[in-house]
Every structure is written in structure tokens, then in C-alpha cells.
Design a protein around this ligand. Structure first.
Ligand code: XIL
Length: 350
């Protein structure tokens, strides 16, 4: 009797359309990417890219299948595009633009004003405050002007605040004064009136001193008539320290209430601080991605969701922390991880 039932079950199972199972397992490769699911929801999904890897057909195919938004991870930074006072080099940036345009993808320009990745001539430069203004204006006009009309959004100012909420004693503040932020936005607007202009920072994604300061900074800029269209929340986070969905939602909502957009600009989730078994870590990581995306989908002005690298193979985290990690949606072979499935499920959920 038992054997008969067993074979009946097997027989029935064989008739079921297994290939169309609604929840593909982590190892199955979907034919339609995240962007197909995100588009009807008014959300762009993207990742940071390096043009050096775009020649790899597997890298290019995965990018094109999954995403409709690209951020050059380094190719538009000051030291890359403006290596000498009178010399700009747009080779890498142009390559990212060409790939995006050939594949019908949007681009987030990253980043115009930041302390990191400045060339030696800037770091060692000895100029008057007026000359520093001229240098930064020229830089913004030239870089933004080159891609005028072709860039969705620029991270105009990156990481200007400390974690305690105070304004950083940053390079450009020391050279120009506190007004460097407002000036940068004005110059960017003049150089490309169509591009959305963002303030981008990390650590202020949930509710804390930093997010309070981001809110206050942005509110002040808007009140002063500075052209600012959105806040980029980087979302470099880790198991054990990720903000809760509730806090994310509250922060996104208050920013949205200022009438600006929110973009998740650089998401990754480090596993390295947890000593749980790997499978458990991957599941917990998936829930962090799910929380962030769910909060974003709940706030209408949250319009972009970007991870900082295509797959674990290309993540900056190992170089940055010196430890192995797997912080992204795809594994080193480009196969979808539980985090990818969680993102898919959220995008597909009503
Ligand atoms: C990182 C890149 O991923 C690295 O390749 C580079 O060596 C350093 O910068 N916040 C930012 C990004 O705004 O530009 C940084 O990108 C990561 C932190």
C-alpha cells in the first residue's frame, strides 16, 4: 500500500510543471532581470561598474540582463577625469556612458565634490580661496557639461558630514569655506539643468545623529534656494548593524516630505562580522536587502536602488577591509544569491 502511494506521488510529481515553479532556487538563472520587475513600479535598479570589466562578455551580459541604471564606481572621480590642472581624461567615463546608452540604461554621475580620490595637483595645490573656487567651478562645468542631457543624476557633494552630525572639516571647506556645498550645486545646475542633483552620504540611512544632520543640511539648502533634487543614501552596511525597516521608512518618508527624491546609491551588506554558518549568513543578508528595498518601495519618492558592484567578485569590500566577504546580490561566479531572490520577491510583491 505504502509503495503504491509512493509511486503515485512520484507519478503526479512528474506531471507538475516544475520548470515554472514560482520561486526559483538560488542556483537557477532567471531569463528576465530585476529591471523588468522594477520598471512598472517606477524604480530604477542599478549597480556600480568599472569599464575595465565590461569587455568580459559574462559581466556585460549580466549587467544588461539585470539592471537599467549604472554608476561608474571610479571612472568619474576627480583623480580619474582631471589628473592634471589643464588635462581632463574622459576615456573611462565615456566607456561607461557608451555601454549604458547602447543598452538603454540610465547613469548616475558619481561624484563631483569629495575629499577622497583627489589628484596630487589638487592635494598639494597652493591657491587663494578665489582660485580654489575657479578650480572647482571649472571642474564641475567641464565634467557635468560633457555629459549634459545624458545623465540622470549627479552626486554633487559626497560625504560632507561626520557621524556625529557635524560638518566635516573637509578639503573643500578648508579651501573655499562652508559655502562650497551651495556653490557646487549651483554650478552643477548651470552645467546641466536637466540632471537631478544629489547630496550623497553613508551611515545616515536609518534614524541617528547622521541622518538628522543630513535632513537638516538638505532642508537648509532647500530653504536657501539651492538647487537640490535628492538625497543618496549609500547603504554600505553589515550583518548586525543594518538599520531596521521601520527606521529606514521613517527616514525615507521625512526626506520625501521635503519634496525630494531618495536613491539607495551604494548598497552592500558585509558578512564578515558574523560567526554564524554561511547559509544562515546568506539568509540574514537577504533579509537586509529585502528590508531596504521594501522601505524604498513604500515611499513613492524613492526611485533608485543601486548596489556597489555587480557580484562578490568585483566588490570593493575585500580591498577596503582586508578580509574575505560576499556583500552583493551575485556570487563570484555571477550566480544569484538568496539576497537576489529576496530582491526579486520584493519587486514582484504587490
Ligand atoms: C570606492 C570604490 O568602490 C573603490 O574602488 C575605490 O578604491 C574607493 O572608493 N563611498 C563612495 C564611493 O562614495 O565612491 C566609494 O567607492 C565607497 C564609499
Amino acid at each position: 500500500m505504502f509503495r503504491r502511494t509512493f509511486f503515485l506521488v512520484l507519478l503526479l510529481a512528474g506531471c507538475l510543471p516544475l520548470a515554472e515553479a514560482p520561486n526559483p532556487t538560488a542556483s537557477e538563472t532567471p531569463t528576465q532581470g530585476l529591471s523588468t520587475l522594477a520598471e512598472p513600479r517606477g524604480l530604477l535598479v542599478g549597480t556600480a561598474v568599472d569599464p575595465d570589466w565590461m569587455d568580459d562578455p559574462a559581466y556585460a551580459a549580466l549587467l544588461a540582463r539585470e539592471f537599467n541604471l549604472l554608476t561608474p564606481e571610479n571612472a568619474m572621480k576627480f583623480e580619474v577625469v582631471h589628473p592634471e590642472p589643464e588635462r581632463y581624461d574622459f576615456q573611462a567615463a565615456d566607456a561607461v556612458m557608451a555601454f549604458a546608452e547602447a543598452h538603454n540604461m540610465q547613469v548616475r554621475g558619481h561624484t563631483l565634490v569629495w575629499d577622497s580620490q583627489l589628484p596630487e595637483w589638487v592635494l598639494q595645490g597652493d591657491y587663494t580661496p578665489e582660485q580654489w573656487q575657479d578650480i572647482l567651478r571649472d571642474h564641475i562645468y567641464t565634467v557635468v557639461g560633457r555629459y549634459r542631457g545624458r545623465i540622470l543624476a549627479w552626486d554633487v557633494v559626497n560625504e560632507a558630514l561626520n557621524d556625529d552630525g557635524t560638518l566635516q572639516d573637509s578639503f573643500w571647506r578648508r579651501k573655499i569655506g562652508r559655502e562650497y556645498i551651495a556653490l557646487a550645486f549651483q554650478w552643477a545646475r548651470a552645467a546641466d539643468p536637466e540632471a537631478l542633483l544629489f547630496y550623497n552620504d553613508n551611515g545616515g540611512e536609518g534614524l541617528n545623529a547622521k541622518s538628522q544632520a543630513v535632513y537638516a543640511l538638505v532642508q537648509g539648502l532647500l530653504e536657501a534656494g539651492v538647487p537640490l533634487d535628492g538625497v543618496g543614501l549609500q547603504m554600505h552596511t553589515a550583518l548586525g548593524s543594518a538599520p531596521t525597516r521601520q527606521d529606514l521608512l521613517a527616514n525615507f518618508q521625512r526626506l520625501a516630505d521635503l519634496g525630494i527624491q531618495i536613491h539607495i546609491t551604494e548598497m552592500d551588506v558585509r558578512l564578515q562580522y558574523s560567526d554564524k554558518p554561511q547559509a544562515e549568513k546568506l539568509r540574514a543578508q537577504a533579509e537586509v536587502y529585502r528590508d531596504v528595498l521594501a522601505a524604498c518601495l513604500q515611499v513613492q519618492n524613492c526611485r533608485a536602488f543601486v548596489t556597489w558592484g555587480l557580484s562578490d567578485r568585483y566588490s570593493w569590500i575585500e580591498g577596503f577591509t582586508g578580509l574575505p566577504d560576499q556583500p552583493l546580490l551575485f556570487d563570484r561566479q555571477g550566480q544569484p544569491k538568496p539576497a537576489y531572490q529576496a530582491v526579486r520577491e520584493e519587486l514582484a510583491s504587490p
